[in-house]
Design a protein around this ligand. Sequence first.
Ligand code: PLP
Length: 385
Amino acid sequence: MTLKIADRGRVPPFLVMDVLRDASKREAAGASVLHMEIGQPSAGVPRAVANRLADALSQGVDPMGYTMAQGLPALCQRIAAHGERLYGCTIPQERVFCTMGSSAAFLIAFLAAFAPGDRVGLASPGYPAYRHILKAVGIEPVLLPVGPETRFQPTPAMLEGLNLDGLIVASPSNPTGSMLPPEALKALAEHCHEAGIRLISDEIYHGIGYGMTFATATAFSPSAVVINSFSKYYCMTGWRLGWMVLPEDMLRAAECLGQNLFISPPTISQHAAIAAFDELATFDALVAGYGRNRDLLVDGLAKLGIDKVAPPDGAFYVHADISHLGLDSADLCRRMLAETGVAVAPGWDFDPVRGGAAIRFSYCASETTVTQALARLADWLPRLG
Ligand SMILES: Cc1ncc(COP(=O)(O)O)c(C=O)c1O
């Protein structure tokens, strides 16, 4: 007998992960691959963090059992204090809620804030998992096509007449790297609050910027949900730890959902995260390196004729228009990997309508990787027929 599979489980793949799988297969077979597809800092946690964790484990300080669903109070306190320093506004520790990566935070926030059938706006191009998680829980993603006119970010005017229950913004954005200036985030946050639209602000790339000021939605709206993570600035992708700064009215619902869905965020990772707050100088030095890679990549691509890129204000991505090359982005990425070993992400992941015309480079790799990738593309692009 054939059993049914629920429609809501049929979400599209996360194409970056498909490219990573194909690139890794080639690598395992002995090919030289330059990884610029995945948004994963090549540096791991600083040695000092690993040492402190090893000490704690060897001394049996904590048996690493469950924590409260919200996370360790010491961690929530460090997160709140760090936010206050970064943004100059109050972040109440009781409103910090730790999660299993920001990915789990999205699930908890969407379930707590929206009902099935609700409509949630999001920029396109944008991070694919927003759309796919929303769909999986029966919420309707409403794409807001964005472009260079608005720095690839949504504006209050774009929300008119859409009857939205929620809005997701990401600044810096993945895939574009573009940021909302503080006054633009303020305008969006205030508009959403007044219009009864729940704002979800993905601030996972905060700390990784090249001159523009970081602002948090918590400073501008009592109803906004802020989502953040230790994956990017703190280089802790595999540790699966993120957090939210929740509005008062969602605290209990988030706690009950967190208890039932995940019990608690990973305890060992929470200890590592507390130690990571003492290593900010190391992370800032890495960001300076990403900044050098960004300049190298943007200049190098421009010399190769790929000069229509979104403003790379932050994060570690360059989102480039490739329509002049005459190939769909999926074909271009496939051929680029097969013929040069350079792995990049097709725009289809981020924009289901216009994704054929763009690709995304991730430059949190080493400077050597970026230099070598540009050299391989310089040799290959003129032969692309
Ligand atoms: C914009 C954005 N949000 C969220 C995530 C998910 O990160 P994590 O679950 O590791 O915290 C990513 C990962 O690339 C991302 O780019």
